[in-house]
Design a protein around this ligand. Sequence first.
Ligand SMILES: Nc1nc2c(ncn2[C@@H]2O[C@H](COP(=O)(O)OP(=O)(O)OP(=O)(O)O)[C@@H](O)[C@H]2O)c(=O)[nH]1
Length: 354
Amino acid sequence: MAIKIDVISGFLGAGKTTLIRKLLMDALKGQQVVLIENEFGEIGIDGGFLKDAGIQIREMNSGCICCSLVGDFGTALKEVAEKYHPDRIIIEPSGVGKLSDVIRAVERNTGEGMVLNSATTVVDVTKCRMYLKNFGEFFKNQVEAAGTIILSRMDTEKAKPETVEEALKLIRELNPSATVITTPVEELGGKKVLRTMEGNKIDLTLVEDEDDEEEEHHHHEHHDHGEEHHCHGHQEHEEGHHHDHDGHEECGCGHHHHHHHDADEVFTSWGQETVRRYTGEEIRSALEKLSADNSYGTILRAKGMVEGTDGKWIYFDMVPGEADVREGEPEYTGRLCVIGSDLKEDGLKKLFGL
Ligand SMILES: Nc1nc2c(ncn2[C@@H]2O[C@H](COP(=O)(O)OP(=O)(O)OP(=O)(O)O)[C@@H](O)[C@H]2O)c(=O)[nH]1
């Protein structure tokens, strides 16, 4: 049997990891699954609980998704296949990755024994309109390229009928052919969710062509900051080794870096390891301040885990207007990660008492 490759995308904090966890505990129970994660930001946060669940994780932490996908992605897939012989490889691209880039990279790299099985996008129903308006370049592509779209936060009070209707309308305009799952995953059950995801074809004809003339013009006019494109290369963390290389010139991904935005030109991340201990209240209050206004930049996501003053570990997740602080398993060290645009690093350090 060919190894199935499932891509699960979605904007920052949409609920990709939550969905993957639900599928692993339910529909994918008993299957050998490897997860390839491409987190935006230098500090990997998500891995922990999935590792605890016995899932193999390969993190590709990268500032420039298309370079790392082209450079080492094929190698990563092959290595994963040979080392683990999994039934499935789930790819979770960074929240600001373009799904069409990922699909093309998978298609280029699936030879014998591997098949692109599904491409799904998780959309936070309560923030669909705002993300489309402010970060359309990334958000649109994820919707257009998806075979299945799963609405998250349908279980929350913020998912009012009119909000959901409006989100559906926006999604339909971008992608009339995808199946949109509006029933919360817990209600529908992982098996039905998986069957739906697998039943839908991947069709990139809806994706706006980034290289056409009009787009190029558009990008020059509005987006060229007169800066050199800055590719961070990639850092790969596995078994303690990591290496950097400048993948800019030769990355060969077919993108003209100067003509459209890469995630790392629009979004920045601040991350820090720390042994500082916090109270839950300190973390909660810091997250509230991040959400309150733009004094720390436009904050789109914060997450991490730190040791508490009582020795218990505090895990946190924040997306605009929503913060979750909970107890979790000890980690090897404390880690904080904040993602947004125009981040004020000095302010963030102060905010977290560092
Ligand atoms: N109530 C509710 N909360 C959700 C839902 N999906 C995700 N969340 C919460 O939203 C936060 C972010 O969820 P994640 O699954 O980590 O999101 P992600 O897309 O993996 O985020 P990135 O790490 O930024 O890529 C967490 O606090 C989740 O508990 C949902 O359907 N309902």
